[in-house]
Design a protein around this ligand. Structure first.
Ligand code: FES
Ligand code: FES
Length: 181
C-alpha cells in the first residue's frame, strides 16, 4: 500500500514496505541523497532529518512512522542557502570531507529553532550525537554561534525552523553533505 509523505513541502506517494527506514526511502526511492548513510544504527547522526521539527535519525525511523508528518531534509532547509545555519557554515567554512555535514546542519538548525542563543555546553550537548570523523567540532561550535547571530540580525531573518523551500540538492552546495552519494 502506498505511503503518503510530506517532504520539504511536497507530497510524495511511495510504494514501499512500511518498516523500510525513512533514509532508504529518501535516498533510494526518491533519489534525495543529501541525507547520508553512516552507521544505520542511530550512532552517528549522518542521517538526521527533521520530523515535525525534531531532529530525527532517519536510518532507524520506519517510513510508516513519518507518514502524515512534516519531514524536512537538507534539500528543503532553504531554497537558496539562506538559512542562517547554512550561511554560517559557509562563512566559517566548516566542512572538511563533508560527509557528516548535512546531519550536523540539520541538528544545529533544530537546536537553534528551540534555543536561539545556545551556550557552548548547550551546543556540545545538542551536537554530541553527530560524529565527525574529520574532527570539525570547533568550527561547528563557532558556526552555531554565528548562525545565532545571523538569525538575530534584523535584516537577515530567515527562518530557523526549516523552510518548505525548493528541493535544492545539497550535493550542489558548498556546504553540502559532500562525499559519496
Ligand atoms: S546513519 Fe543514522 S545515525 Fe548513523
Ligand atoms: S567533515 Fe568529514 S566526517 Fe565530518
Amino acid at each position: 500500500m502506498a505511503i503518503q509523505l510530506n517532504i520539504n513541502g511536497k507530497r510524495h506517494s511511495v510504494d514501499v514496505p512500511p518498516n523500510m527506514p525513512l533514509l532508504w526511502v529518501l535516498r533510494d526511492t526518491l533519489g534525495m541523497t543529501g541525507t547520508k548513510f553512516g552507521c544505520g544504527m542511530s550512532l552517528c547522526g549522518a542521517c538526521t532529518v527533521h520530523i515535525d521539527g525534531e531532529a530525527t535519525r532517519s536510518c532507524v525511523t520506519p517510513v510508516s512512522a513519518a507518514a502524515g508528518k512534516k519531514i524536512t531534509t537538507i534539500e528543503g532547509l532553504s531554497a537558496d542557502r539562506s538559512h542562517p545555519v547554512q550561511r554560517a557554515w559557509i562563512e566559517v567554512d566548516v566542512p572538511q570531507c563533508g560527509y557528516c555535514q548535512s546531519g550536523q546542519i540539520m541538528t544545529a538548525a533544530s537546536l537553534l529553532a528551540k534555543n536561539p542563543k545556545p551556550s557552548d555546553p548547550e551546543i556540545d550537548e545538542a551536537m554530541k550525537g553527530n560524529i565527525c570523523r574529520c574532527g570539525t567540532y570547533q568550527r561547528i561550535r563557532e558556526a552555531v554561534h554565528r548562525a545565532a547571530e545571523l538569525h538575530a540580525a534584523p535584516a537577515k531573518s530567515a527562518e530557523l525552523g526549516g523552510a518548505n523551500g525548493a528541493e535544492e540538492a545539497a550535493d550542489r552546495q558548498p556546504v553540502n553533505a559532500g562525499g559519496a552519494a
